[in-house]
Design a protein around this ligand. Structure first.
Ligand code: AMP
Length: 316
């Protein structure tokens, strides 16, 4: 007997809990309710016998504290897939800094409301024990090549191993037809593409554009930790990328980079990196190369909040 605990959250803005023995129909799922699964066995059971036969599944993995950036991935999933699943799991394995993990925002009730209002069909909200039931489940190593030693890989050792660990786990549980990722985490997109080829997993990766605030600041859950003064300064990261891009025809990258770093440091940023790299593999280059697809990437701290951003040279 299947005994599922479904958390129903109605569009009319109240929620109720129900122990359910029967599978809900697709109509109910798609039009009236969002189902929240906390247990792997339950979501898998639903995917096996509750999901309408040929319905395609779009999956948006997140760590919560949702904003327009996350919701844009959900919107894209709703356009491309029949059923959209969002996961919220703050993955300890990808935090190289304990205090960053402790301070990571987790407004679950607000997130549930946002997802429901934005037409998410299923929220997967597992506990740490579900994802990592024992030590063995954390002990995998992925050969990520150069991606693990440049940029984010260099400044956050072990981070991408943790990302791969959780993404492989989630993909295996959900087996989506489409996986939606944000270009805000440019290097992560390449890492996950590599992971998918390493584990020979079949899913279509859809990389969605960076959603920014009006100021240009790339939306991020970590922005919530910025105080008022830092919020004023934070869009300088975007401006620096834009300035480099706009001046690339008349100046060397090395000079633009030096000026940008000086300006940002003066505003109070501590720069981890500001680099120009090939889009396809993030091999860093020292100058603009005509005809090459390049991207400028930056990571910097404003006091203890670390922000990242990037700009591909063919846009803006
Ligand atoms: P996170 O919750 O930070 O792990 O992000 C979950 C997904 O949302 C990742 O694929 C991110 O790249 C994506 N994402 C985060 N911020 C943005 C943004 N400003 N624009 C587009 N996608 C984003």
């Amino acid at each position: 007997m299947v005994n599922w605990l479904f958390v129903f959250y109605r569009r009319q803005s109240y929620h109720f809990f129900r122990l359910c023995n029967a599978k809900p129909t697709a109509t109910i799922i798609l039009n009236v309710i969002m189902i929240i699964f906390k247990r792997i066995a339950d979501i898998q059971k639903w995917l096996q016998i509750g999901k309408p036969g040929k319905a395609t599944v779009g999956f948006v993995p997140t760590m919560g504290a949702l904003h327009e950036g996350h919701l844009s991935l959900l919107q894209q999933s709703k356009k491309q897939a029949d059923i959209s699943i969002v996961s919220i799991f703050i993955n300890p394995a990808q935090f190289d800094n304990k205090s960053d993990l402790e301070k990571y925002p987790s407004p679950v009730a607000k997130d549930i409301k946002l997802l429901e209002e934005n037409g998410c069909d299923i929220l997967f909200l597992p506990s740490e024990n579900e994802i990592y039931p024992d030590e063995k489940s954390k002990q995998k190593h992925y050969d990520l090549g150069n991606l693990e030693i440049v940029l984010e890989g260099k400044f956050r050792p072990g981070h991408f191993q943790g990302v791969c660990l959780v993404v492989e786990r989630l993909l295996t549980i959900i087996t989506p037809d489409f996986l939606f990722l944000g270009r805000k985490d440019f290097q992560q997109c390449l890492v996950i593409k590599r992971l998918i080829s390493l584990i020979k997993f079949e899913t279509d990766i859809v990389v969605c554009p960076i959603i920014r605030e009006q100021s240009g600041l790339a939306m991020s859950s970590r922005n919530q930790r910025l105080n008022e003064e830092q919020r004023e300064i934070a869009p300088e990261l975007f401006r620096a990328l834009k300035e480099i891009k706009e001046n690339r025809d008349h100046n060397q990258f090395s000079i633009l980079r030096k000026n940008a770093i000086k300006k940002l440091e003066h505003k109070g940023f501590k720069i981890d990196y500001l680099e120009l790299a090939k889009e396809k593999d993030l091999q860093t280059v020292s100058e603009f190369i005509p005809g090459q697809k390049l991207v400028i990437l930056i990571a910097a701290f404003l006091q203890n909040v670390r922000l990242i951003d990037n700009m591909i040279l063919s846009e803006y």
